[in-house]
Design a protein around this ligand. Structure first.
Ligand SMILES: Nc1ncnc2c1ncn2[C@@H]1O[C@H](COP(=O)(O)OP(=O)(O)OP(=O)(O)O)[C@@H](O)[C@H]1O
Ligand SMILES: [Mg+2]
Length: 166
């Protein structure tokens, strides 16, 4: 099931990231696609805020992976990947990254399409495309079978029908 929204600022994209964090569960993998400067890191920053994890989310391009531990014990960590510099799924696996993606944290992968074959088939897809103006982004989330309720909840929250906690 897909959920599509148009954001008009980086703040709005961050907000979407923080709302997304509320519907994600430990072990979820989000495969993010979108060109340079689309807003992948921006959205990941919002997700980190929503998940209440430690540290500042920045582009992990040079490290490939940043692990943000939860502020509150027992909550999931955020594994923030940037696969831009990897050559493909085999490279991802050779680094042992697939093991991290299959653990209990929440995993967001920028340029995730490059390593798609190393990821669970149940990954959530998040595509960001440029809109008609400089600040417009079209963000499409596709949830796998069995997770349709996530799209519904996200839609409700985005439309302002629900603002409460997890
Ligand atoms: N609606 C919007 N959503 C997100 N970012 C926006 C939006 N409008 C403008 N921007 C700007 O676009 C840029 C997005 O940068 P960001 O680092 O998040 O992109 P990215 O997809 O992670 O790029 P890269 O592929 O280089 O990692 C920021 O400078 C941000 O201020
Ligand atoms: Mg980035």
């Amino acid at each position: 099931m897909t959920f599509t929204v148009v954001t008009h600022s980086s703040e709005e994209t961050r907000k979407l990231g923080s709302l997304l964090a509320r519907v994600l569960r430990p072990g979820d993998v989000v495969l993010m696609t979108g060109h340079l400067g689309a807003g992948k890191t921006c959205l990941a920053g919002g997700a980190a805020e929503g998940l209440r994890v430690k540290g500042h989310v920045s582009s992990p391009t040079f490290n490939i992976l940043h692990i943000h531990e939860p502020l509150e014990k027992g909550k999931p960590a955020l594994n923030h990947f940037d696969a831009y510099r990897l050559t493909g799924a085999a490279d991802f696996i050779d680094h042992g990254f697939d093991e991290i993606a299959y653990q209990d944290g929440i995993t967001l992968i920028e340029w995730g399409d490059r390593v798609r074959h190393a990821l669970p088939g149940s990954a959530i897809e998040l595509a960001i495309e440029f809109g008609e103006t400089d600040d417009e982004r079209v963000i499409r989330l596709t949830f796998p079978e069995g997770r349709e309720s996530c799209a519904v909840r996200l839609r409700q929250m985005w439309d302002g029908k629900e603002t409460g906690g997890r």
